[in-house]
Design a protein around this ligand. Structure first.
Ligand code: NI
Length: 177
């Protein structure tokens, strides 16, 4: 296995649409193993194949309980509710933003054994699923996020940042204009 280079923002590969995987080959299995190792090394909660320069529809996600999922050709089949919380991305180092995501999602995917699976996730897992799947369509969290300034990033590091307060303040500004 190997640690792969994570592509950073500005590289056009991050804006391309990834192709479906039609056959799970040894190469795909090796890529999955390398992506998991790379995600762990970078201390991330997820990684999508285009982030390592491979335009194929595969993501790896690790939950707070340290369960690792490899999702091939994933597709969100159900979205419920709404959450506003902070996201970052290994391809956008040092930046954080408040995103608007469903509270719960159900994703359908193929696992490394070629079996169809479905998984429902809430909160952080729902955000991770949405975030990683967006990468497969060339989307980045910064596209729709309220980005944090330096002061807010310091608050976030101290565990004092209030995402909802930022949303409320921003929506308040909208009405004042
Ligand atoms: Ni990302």
């Amino acid at each position: 296995m190997a640690i792969l280079n994570i592509v950073k923002i500005g590289d056009p590969v991050l804006r391309k649409t990834s192709r479906p995987i039609d056959k799970i080959t040894d190469r795909i299995r090796l890529l999955a193993a390398d992506m998991i190792e790379t995600m762990h090394e970078a201390d991330g909660a997820g990684l999508a194949a285009p982030q390592v320069g491979v335009l194929r529809r595969m993501v790896v996600i690790e939950t707070e309980d340290e369960i690792t999922y490899v999702m091939i050709n994933p597709e969100i089949i159900e979205r419920c509710g709404r959450q506003r919380n902070v996201e970052g991305c290994l391809s956008v180092p040092g930046e954080w933003g408040v995103t608007d995501r469903p509270e719960t999602v159900t994703v359908k995917y193929t696992d490394l054994d070629g079996k169809e699976q479905t998984l429902s996730g809430s909160e952080l897992l729902a955000r991770a699923i949405c975030h990683e799947l967006d990468h497969l369509d060339g989307k980045l969290f910064i596209d729709g996020a309220l980005m944090l300034d330096e002061n807010e990033i310091s608050q976030l590091r101290r565990g004092e940042f209030d995402a909802q307060a930022k949303v409320d303040a921003t929506e308040g500004d909208k009405y004042e204009q």
